[in-house]
Ligand binder design. Structure first.
Ligand SMILES: [Zn+2]
Length: 98
Protein backbone atom coordinates (compact mmCIF):
# COMPACT_ATOMS: atom_id res chain seq x y z
CA UNK A 1 0.00 0.00 0.00
CA UNK A 2 1.20 3.50 -0.79
CA UNK A 3 1.87 5.19 2.57
CA UNK A 4 1.27 8.63 1.08
CA UNK A 5 -2.25 7.63 0.01
CA UNK A 6 -2.95 6.29 3.49
CA UNK A 7 -1.80 9.56 5.06
CA UNK A 8 -3.83 11.59 2.62
CA UNK A 9 -6.98 9.65 3.54
CA UNK A 10 -6.47 10.31 7.22
CA UNK A 11 -5.88 14.01 6.58
CA UNK A 12 -6.24 14.87 10.26
CA UNK A 13 -7.15 18.44 11.06
CA UNK A 14 -4.20 20.13 12.68
CA UNK A 15 -4.41 22.28 15.76
CA UNK A 16 -2.01 25.21 15.49
CA UNK A 17 -1.17 27.29 18.55
CA UNK A 18 0.93 30.44 18.67
CA UNK A 19 2.52 30.31 22.12
CA UNK A 20 5.82 31.26 23.75
CA UNK A 21 7.86 28.05 23.90
CA UNK A 22 10.52 29.26 26.33
CA UNK A 23 11.69 32.18 28.43
CA UNK A 24 13.66 33.76 25.60
CA UNK A 25 12.53 34.37 22.05
CA UNK A 26 13.84 31.69 19.68
CA UNK A 27 17.22 32.56 18.16
CA UNK A 28 18.36 29.29 16.56
CA UNK A 29 21.13 28.62 19.08
CA UNK A 30 21.62 25.05 20.32
CA UNK A 31 19.68 24.51 23.55
CA UNK A 32 17.68 27.69 22.97
CA UNK A 33 13.95 28.11 22.64
CA UNK A 34 12.58 26.18 19.66
CA UNK A 35 10.89 28.11 16.86
CA UNK A 36 8.11 25.55 16.85
CA UNK A 37 7.27 21.93 17.46
CA UNK A 38 4.85 19.21 16.47
CA UNK A 39 3.38 16.53 18.71
CA UNK A 40 2.55 13.47 16.58
CA UNK A 41 0.41 12.03 19.38
CA UNK A 42 -1.98 14.98 19.53
CA UNK A 43 -1.49 16.55 16.10
CA UNK A 44 -0.81 19.88 17.79
CA UNK A 45 1.64 22.27 16.14
CA UNK A 46 3.01 25.06 18.33
CA UNK A 47 4.78 28.09 16.91
CA UNK A 48 6.55 30.71 19.02
CA UNK A 49 5.10 34.09 17.95
CA UNK A 50 8.28 36.01 18.92
CA UNK A 51 9.77 35.59 15.44
CA UNK A 52 9.76 37.86 12.45
CA UNK A 53 6.65 37.14 10.44
CA UNK A 54 8.54 35.54 7.52
CA UNK A 55 10.45 33.29 9.96
CA UNK A 56 7.19 32.36 11.64
CA UNK A 57 5.72 31.45 8.25
CA UNK A 58 8.75 29.23 7.55
CA UNK A 59 8.38 27.61 10.99
CA UNK A 60 4.73 26.83 10.38
CA UNK A 61 5.45 25.24 6.99
CA UNK A 62 8.35 23.33 8.60
CA UNK A 63 6.11 21.84 11.29
CA UNK A 64 3.36 21.05 8.77
CA UNK A 65 5.92 19.09 6.72
CA UNK A 66 6.95 17.18 9.87
CA UNK A 67 3.27 16.38 10.43
CA UNK A 68 2.59 15.31 6.85
CA UNK A 69 5.83 13.37 6.28
CA UNK A 70 7.02 12.04 9.66
CA UNK A 71 9.61 9.81 7.97
CA UNK A 72 11.61 12.74 6.52
CA UNK A 73 14.94 13.60 8.09
CA UNK A 74 15.37 17.07 9.60
CA UNK A 75 17.57 18.37 6.78
CA UNK A 76 14.95 17.47 4.18
CA UNK A 77 12.19 19.09 6.24
CA UNK A 78 14.31 22.20 6.68
CA UNK A 79 15.18 22.54 2.98
CA UNK A 80 11.62 21.80 1.85
CA UNK A 81 10.11 24.30 4.28
CA UNK A 82 12.55 27.03 3.30
CA UNK A 83 11.87 26.44 -0.40
CA UNK A 84 8.07 26.34 -0.07
CA UNK A 85 7.70 29.16 2.45
CA UNK A 86 9.97 31.55 0.53
CA UNK A 87 7.95 31.09 -2.67
CA UNK A 88 4.62 31.53 -0.86
CA UNK A 89 6.00 34.56 0.99
CA UNK A 90 7.19 36.12 -2.26
CA UNK A 91 3.72 35.54 -3.74
CA UNK A 92 2.29 37.55 -0.85
CA UNK A 93 0.77 34.88 1.42
CA UNK A 94 0.49 36.17 5.01
CA UNK A 95 -1.33 35.51 8.25
CA UNK A 96 -4.34 37.79 8.49
CA UNK A 97 -5.32 36.92 12.08
CA UNK A 98 -2.73 37.48 14.78
ZN1 LIG B 1 12.19 20.16 12.39
Amino acid sequence: MNPLKTMAKKNPKRTIRFVNLGKEAPNGKPGGTPFGDFDPNTGVIRVDPRQKEDELFDTLVHELIHAAYPFLIEDSVHKGATSISSVLWDLGYRRTHK
